[in-house]
Design a protein around this ligand. Structure first.
Ligand code: F6P
Length: 362
């Protein structure tokens, strides 16, 4: 049996741990199974770029960030817009993908990706390709699994950064704004903000009002705390306002990108409160580097589960954490409802009980 494996979408810590787990499980439990790595996500299938992965090829990659296979978050074979062999090609290139699968004699394909990549994988399953999925994203916003790997590492990176910002905020009596990733879900902001003792947390799920943040910062001043830490998710927006994008163009392979709300919030608070403000945008620092031990283990469990589905011929499924168990669920669930922070949920309630403002009180 020959099994293709690819990583698609934005990378995250733990991808290599999945690849290693799939390759090793197929070797140890799959008999004569051979893994073929597809380079740069679906682009590798479109352009037929692969490399055979043996146990030796995945040795030493468990703690490495990124993906040894490369990734791409803009090469959808059903709606392609990019360069192939020096030529600009647009439209449906799925025939190229199917030809690569045939040429490489792939009996199955393991696709590691977020909602976008996994929905493309599901479309290929519909076309008859035997696919097994593995969910990943630092955003932790997939409804089909209780947690994605990469999230724990991102939260750890953000927590450490906010801890560091705390000390300089205190020295200079400033309002320090820390912007974290998370697109339309505030999980990273909520977890890191709580873990690092943020004073205000702004989430895409809870539109904020400046008056409310000002009240929170001034209440702290009244208690002798002349500094405040505001943790803002990149997708947060003021009530009646809009999300902030640093890249507003959305054509072809240039994609609109969130970012910059931290500066808007910082400057507005400086104007309204009279305390100096500084903003730090953590950006891709959150996605790079070595995975936490928790992410390495979750990624390994997901990889082993995916390889076992391949061996069992249980296709169009996806690894998923349900409670404390990793199980295979229908791949279609990957594109079901996204998982958002519940503004009335336990975590937000716990945060409020410890004095954290979400910028919507009063
Ligand atoms: O979905 C993961 C994510 O890191 C988001 O949090 C962020 O908005 C986006 O990817 C950034 O994508 P890119 O790497 O293309 O800038």
């Amino acid at each position: 049996m020959r099994v293709g494996i690819l990583t698609g979408g934005g990378d995250c810590p733990g991808l290599n741990a999945v690849i290693r787990a799939v390759v090793r499980t197929l070797e140890i439990e799959g008999g004569d199974c051979r893994t073929v790595g597809v380079l740069d996500g679906f682009l590798g299938l479109i352009t037929d770029r692969t490399r055979v992965l043996s146990g030796g090829a995945v040795s030493g990659i468990l703690p490495r960030g990124g993906t040894i296979l490369g990734s791409s978050n803009r090469d959808n074979p059903f709606d392609f817009d990019g360069m192939i062999d020096g030529e600009h090609v647009t439209g449906d290139v799925t025939d190229r993908v199917l030809a690569t699968v045939k040429r490489n004699k792939l009996d199955a394909l393991v696709v590691i990706g977020g909602d976008g990549t996994l929905s493309i994988a599901d479309e290929f399953a519909e076309l008859g390709v035997p696919v097994v999925g593995v969910p990943k994203t630092i955003d932790n916003d997939l409804g089909s699994t209780d947690q994605t790997f990469g999230f724990d590492t991102a939260v750890g990176v953000c927590t450490e950064a906010i801890d560091r910002i705390h000390t300089t905020a205190e020295s200079h009596h400033r309002v320090m704004v820390v912007e974290v990733m998370g697109r339309d879900a505030g999980w990273i902001a909520l977890h890191a903000g709580m873990a690092a003792g943020g004073d205000v947390i702004l989430l895409p799920e809870i539109p904020f009002r400046y008056e409310s943040i000002v009240d929170a910062v001034q209440a702290r001043c009244a208690r002798g705390k002349r500094f405040s830490i505001i943790v803002v998710a990149e997708g947060a927006a003021a009530e009646g306002g809009e999300q902030v994008f640093y890249r507003t163009v959305d054509t072809g392979f240039i994609k609109k990108r969130l970012g910059g709300i931290g500066h808007t919030v910082g400057l507005e608070l400086e104007r309204r409160v009279g305390l100096e403000s500084r903003t730090t945008i953590l950006g891709h620092v959150q996605r790079g580097g070595t995975p936490s031990s928790r992410d390495r283990i979750l990624a390994t469990r997901f990889g082993v589960c995916a390889a076992r589905q391949v061996i069992a011929g249980n296709f169009r499924t996806m690894s998923s954490l349900r409670g404390s168990s990793v199980v295979a669920v229908p791949l279609g669930e990957a594109v079901s409802e996204p998982k958002r922070v519940d503004p009335q949920g336990e975590l937000v309630s716990v945060a409020r009980a410890t004095g954290i403002s979400f910028g919507n009180e009063g």
